[in-house]
Design a protein around this ligand. Sequence first.
Ligand SMILES: Cc1cc2nc3c(=O)[nH]c(=O)nc-3n(C[C@H](O)[C@H](O)[C@H](O)COP(=O)(O)OP(=O)(O)OC[C@H]3O[C@@H](n4cnc5c(N)ncnc54)[C@H](O)[C@@H]3O)c2cc1C
Ligand code: SF4
Length: 332
Amino acid sequence: MKPFAFTRASNSQTAIQAVVRDQAAKFLAGGTNLVDLMKEDVEQPNHLVDINRLALTRIEERNGGLRLGALARNSDTANHRLVRERFPLVSQAILSGASAQLRNAATNGGNLMQRTRCYYFYDVAMPCNKRQPGSGCGALEGFNRMHAILGASTECIAVHPSDMCVALTALDAVVQVEGPQGARSIPFAEFHRLPGDTPQLDTNLKHGELITAIDLPAAASAFAGNSYYLKIRDRASYAFALVSVAAALDIQNGTIRQARLALGGVAHKPWRAPEAEAVLNGALLNQETFRRAATAALEKAQGYKYNSFKVELGRRGIVRALTVAAGEGRTA
Ligand SMILES: Cc1cc2nc3c(=O)[nH]c(=O)nc-3n(C[C@H](O)[C@H](O)[C@H](O)COP(=O)(O)OP(=O)(O)OC[C@H]3O[C@@H](n4cnc5c(N)ncnc54)[C@H](O)[C@@H]3O)c2cc1C
Ligand code: SF4
C-alpha cells in the first residue's frame, strides 16, 4: 500500500475542504471497500479524510418518508423499525449483501460509492479502462461471466455490485449531497452512470462532494405490503448478485395499481426497468402479466461469451420476484 496522510474530520465542512484541496484525497467511511482497493493498489489516494465522527448517523422521519444518514451502518439501517415497516425492500436488499460483520462496518454512503467487482479491475497487471483509462477492457474478450447485459459500452462491461442500491432505485430514493458549492439533491436514477466512453466515472458526484443522507419518499411506502428482493448468486454467503430483482407492487382487487421493478448485477448502474413497469401498471395480477413484464425488461439485453445465461436467468428472476411480492409462493 502506498503511504498516505490521514485526517479525522470533526464536521462536514472541514471534511469537504480537506478533500477539495487535494485531487487525490478521499473520504473514508467504514473502509470495507476502499481499504481493500488500496491494499491491491487499485486505489492510491494520498490523503484519507476519516468522516466517521460526523453527525450523519441518524435515521429519521422526514416529510412522511425516511431520511437515512450517510454514516448509518448498513446493519442499523436494515434493522431499523421504520425501515422494516415502511420500506422492507431496502431492509431485505441490505441483508442479502455481504456478511453481518461487514454490514456492521459498512455505511449507507459507502454502499452507494462501492466500486465494481470486475476481476480485471482488481488485477493491476490486466488492462482496465475503469482503473486506467485508455488501457483497454480485459473483460470484453475475457472471462465475463459476472458482467453486464444491459447498458454496457465497448469501453466497459462492468456491473455495479450493490444490493441496497437496487432497492433504492426502485423506490425513487434521493441522494442528499453537500459540497464546496453548497447542498444539492440527486434523484437516485441520476446518481450512478452508464460507462459510455468514461467508464472511470461511476457516479455523478463531483470531487469533494459528501453524501450526507438518502431520502426514501413517503409515496414509496405504498409498496410496503407487496415487495420482494430476490438475489441470485453462486453461493449463499459472500457472493455478489449474478442477477437480482427488486419488485414492488401496489395492488387493489386483483389489479396492479402501480409497480416498480429494478435489476442488479446486469448493468454499470442499478437498472430500473420502465418498460416492465409500463406492462405491470394497471394490469391484472397474474403470471401472464409477470411473464410479459419480464420479456419487456430484458428485450434489449445482450450477453457476452460467458454471461448470456443471465438473460434467461433475469426473466425467470423477475417472474419469481413478482410472484413472491404479490404474496404467492413466499418461500424463497
Ligand atoms: C467480502 C465482501 C462482500 C461484500 N458483499 C456485498 C454484497 O453482497 N452486496 C453489497 O451490496 N455489498 C457487498 N459488499 C460491499 C460493501 O457493502 C461495501 O464495501 C460497503 O457498503 C462500503 O461502505 P463503507 O462505509 O465501508 O465504504 P468505504 O470503503 O469507506 O468507502 C467506499 C467509497 O465510498 C466513498 N465514500 C464513503 N462514504 C462517503 C460519503 N458519505 N460521501 C462520499 N463518498 C463516500 C469513499 O471515499 C470510497 O471511495 C461486500 C464487501 C466485502 C468486503
Ligand atoms: S469491464 Fe470495466 S472494470 Fe472490467 S476490465 Fe473492462 S473496463 Fe475494467
